[in-house]
Design a protein around this ligand. Sequence first.
Ligand code: FE2
Length: 326
Amino acid sequence: MNNPSIQSQSAEFQQQYQDGPFPALIVNADKDLDLDGTVAWARENKEHLFKALSDSGTVLFRDFPLSSPEDFDAFIGAFGESGFTYKESLSNAVRVNLTERVFTANEAPPEVGIYLHHEMAQTPLFPSKLYFFCQIAADKRGQTPVCRSDVLLDRMKETMPEFVQNCRDKLVKYSLIMPASDDPESGQGRGWQSTLGVETRQEAEARLAKLGYSWAWLDDGSLRTTTPALPAIREATNGREAFFNQLIAAFLGWADVSHAGVHKIAFGDGTPIPADDMQRICDMAEDLIVDLPWQAGDVALVDNYQVMHGRRSFEGKRRVLAALIS
Ligand code: FE2
């Protein structure tokens, strides 16, 4: 990197893998560096930084002069990649846009934790990368847990090869109920109109049909949807296979929809995914977690194909913003 005051560093919270530390940590010690200088530095070092991302799956940038959503937006812009807009996504989280690229990460209340997931892997449309920016760190907890899904899959191949084979052969599908309107109290409370980007039931059905979903309207005006069979394993940027899906978050966190006659997660042929297997996977993933210890001004760049993320519950005010890359 071309500024001697900006260096890779090691820290106690990192894990060590054969391809280096997870996450990679890049710290700025140049007190005179301003926003323009930061953006220029990021642009000039893009190749090096993206190599670090591909090796590690996550890069944490610390002590750069970034304090507002606009600063964060400018930093992301340095890499010149196109955004994945929340509006066109099928995300089930309630969010608020601050700039065209930047939005609040999740409006769910502080006591609600968010389980590990790959962003939007429960839909056919998902981003390749995510940027997080800590504008205000919580008084207590509020870290962003991250987990290497390629390492998790390696462990699953050793300990539960049959399950892995079922994922390959049958794929997986997800069922959830989209509320009649946005419910900001829930981590997955986005209403069907907003989720699907439509106004009427007819438009909703047309969008779902195009995406290969099946659906049913429920008596209270909510909409039960089931995805087409989606891959649960995918090749990550570094060429390794990763456990790329939403199974953990769905298993641990999503509302039970059995009252509506479906399992929230199933193999693609409709057979249920055994809860015992899911619990083992959750336990293995928990062992691999690194909790990103936010400081105000931090940016984390996460490879969505390789690394899962979540959110710890917190106390106090916390403001973590996000942006997605298509
Ligand atoms: Fe997320």
